[in-house]
Design a protein. Structure first.
Length: 607
């Protein structure tokens, strides 16, 4: 056993004897119009990762990783900046998320005088077993240690000047927000860091979005208390109206009674409860943590881990920390590893430091401090289910590139909060040094992203991620859809599903109220007959003419499928007659052979 392991175990036992309260695991203090601010004056920003906007293979992943390394290594080489990449998957939240997505089509169907309640009820029942809710974020930190001595002195002087003459804050148990912690110098550096990261990701086709401070705090609280999702809670920030709080009997009035409460007192509802040596009860759920002691032997993409866990209905979250390594820190540890190289574990550590040093000298990559921790949870009191989830999660993680995991040693609350989103810098997981390219490869950056935030049609990825689609093309100047497949592979079914969603989308709303949108479809066959009959059954008897299926034959008055202007003119005539959806089936005469191209098997036109 190495000296480092002995010291770590001693520190863990000491922390277990002196557990910290829940609010001590939140460094956030206040916010301004640019970012969140911690008690130490550090800057924090939350960036949502929507995912990759194109399909790639392993070679494409390698190119993205290399380009991101070149863009980010300058930021992660100097001391003072860090990135937390957070990912969560909760099958228990899938039902409520899908109900929210179905609320819009339900409302439009009611406005159209249609029900489709049997279809919506079936989707709400079946889809949660086929899909999963997931979310991913980046938390970007810029710490005061990044400032030079002169910049730190100027920042301190500016803060003291701003607070001059103001009453003291934090003299009572209420502890209001200290609004004088903001540093303009650090704010400029942090804004440049955020812009650089977002530009690097956007340049590789990864869709990211910076979250405003108020919404970021809501997301952080909901990640800690899943039962509060979709609630109306909102934080009190500087500039909001706040109620004056009366001092307790015998307590002198102070500035804390009239200012905004600090962020930990707003985020946390009550204290946590430790259950045994590994479980922690926070709110309505029991949590257990898993920490990665040694990273994967072979760095594998994060999508492989998601695919492994998609087969089991287990809620879980992962937190990966990337911090600037710092040559001085590595040099000190490498010296100790060389001195104690007579022990086998220390000998391996010394060789690892030599490999990182050669890599740095060759300028092929840079080492970063890397930490990774996981957590899973169940409803409060279900300890057997929690142990099952932990066992399943450990099994899947160990198979992800041969990771070495460790049990929670010390305060279990500290281990669980190490995977919380954006509340504090760092975690209790052991620190490892990894090449930046390997660390980036193991982040959830290449998950498939939908260009639409919501839509009346809901698809799913092969591993079950919810993928909304808006057939009305809202927010897009133009949309072109090509459905390519061999015969009898479901092209008509997919077209019907998209046209059905189009009828219940924003395309049905306009200045004259809610009406079925104009949809015209030309097809060889009766693939759209089912959709037309479905709409006719739901429409009132006096409106069933709004959905029509017409069987057409070749003749002098035919409309050529290759003549788009002719079809557009026909559509305008149909619109004046009041038809909203018409499907035309081409039926060639039996007396003569037709030579039309099979490429027109499915041609859809919508407006």
């Amino acid at each position: 056993m190495s000296v480092f392991s002995v010291f770590a175990k001693f520190a863990a036992k000491a922390s277990f004897l002196m557990p910290a309260p829940l609010y001590s695991f939140c460094d956030l203090e206040t916010a301004d119009d640019r970012s969140l601010i911690t008690r130490e004056g550090d800057r924090v920003s939350l960036v949502r990762i929507h995912g990759l906007t194109r399909m790639i293979g392993e070679a494409g992943t390698d190119r993205i990783v290399e380009e991101l390394r070149l863009e980010l290594q300058g930021s992660l080489e100097a001391k003072g900046q860090g990135i937390q990449c957070w990912f969560a998957c909760d099958p228990n939240q899938t039902g409520s998320v899908l109900e929210t997505m179905l609320a819009g089509p339900r409302a439009i169907a009611r406005e159209l005088g249609m029900s489709f309640e049997d279809i919506f009820a079936e989707r709400a029942k079946v889809w949660p077993h086929l899909m999963r809710w997931e979310d991913a974020h980046l938390v970007l930190w810029t710490r005061k240690s990044m400032l030079s001595r002169e910049e730190a002195s100027q920042s301190q002087a500016a803060q003291e000047a701003a607070a001059k003459g103001a009453p003291r804050i934090g003299t009572t148990g209420l502890k209001a927000q200290n609004i004088f912690l903001a540093s303009d110098i650090l704010g400029v550096k942090h804004a440049a860091f955020v812009n650089r990261v977002m530009s690097a990701f956007a340049g590789q086709g990864i869709m990211v979005e910076e979250i405003p401070c108020r919404d970021a705090l809501v997301i952080m609280r909901e990640s800690l208390y899943p039962e509060t999702r979709d609630s109306n809670w909102t934080p009190l920030l500087p500039g909001d109206s706040v109620r004056v709080r009366m001092p307790d009997e015998g307590e002198k009035p102070a500035a804390d009674h009239v200012l905004w409460p600090n962020l930990p007192s707003q985020i946390f509802r009550d204290d946590a409860e430790t259950i045994g040596s590994r479980a922690v009860r926070i709110g309505d759920h029991d949590y257990a943590a898993i920490e990665v002691v040694l990273g994967p032997e072979i760095p594998r993409p994060f999508a492989e881990l998601v695919a492994r866990l998609a087969r089991v209905q287990v809620p879980w979250r992962a937190s990966v920390w990337l911090e600037s390594g710092g040559p001085a820190t590595m040099m000190l540890k490498s010296v100790f590893a060389e001195l104690l190289a007579f022990e086998p574990d220390n000998r391996k550590m010394a060789k690892a430091f030599e490999s990182l040093a050669r890599m740095r000298e060759d300028q092929s990559d840079i080492p970063v401090r890397w930490r990774m921790s996981f957590a899973t949870w169940v409803p409060a009191g279900e300890q057997i289910a929690l142990r099952r989830n932990v066992a399943l999660l450990e099994q899947r993680i160990q198979g992800w590139g041969n990771c070495r995991l460790g049990l929670t040693a010390g305060d279990p609350l500290q281990a669980v909060m190490g995977s919380a989103l954006g509340l504090a810098f760092g975690s209790s997981a052991p620190v490892g040094y990894a090449p930046l390219s390997d660390a980036l490869r193991m982040l959830p950056l290449t998950r498939p992203a939908s260009p639409f935030r919501e839509g009346s049609v809901v698809f799913r990825t092969p591993d079950g991620r919810i993928w909304p689609y808006d057939p009305s093309g809202s927010g897009r100047p133009a949309v072109f859809i090509a459905i390519l497949a061999a015969p009898r592979r479901g092209k008509s079914m997919l077209a019907n599903a998209m046209n059905f969603g189009l009828c219940l989308s924003r395309a049905a709303t306009g200045n004259q109220g809610v009406k079925l949108p104009l949809i015209g479809k030309l097809d060889i066959g009766n693939g759209a007959l089912g959709l037309v009959l479905l709409l006719q059954e739901e429409l009132p008897p006096d409106r069933r003419g709004e959905a029509v299926f017409i069987e057409m034959q070749f003749g002098r008055a035919m409309i050529s499928t290759s003549s788009i202007p002719s079809w557009a003119a026909a559509s305008r005539c149909i619109s004046r007659k009041g038809f909203s959806l018409i499907s035309c089936r081409w039926r060639p005469p039996r007396s003569r052979a037709t030579s039309h191209s099979r490429g027109w098997t499915s041609l859809s036109a919508s407006s």
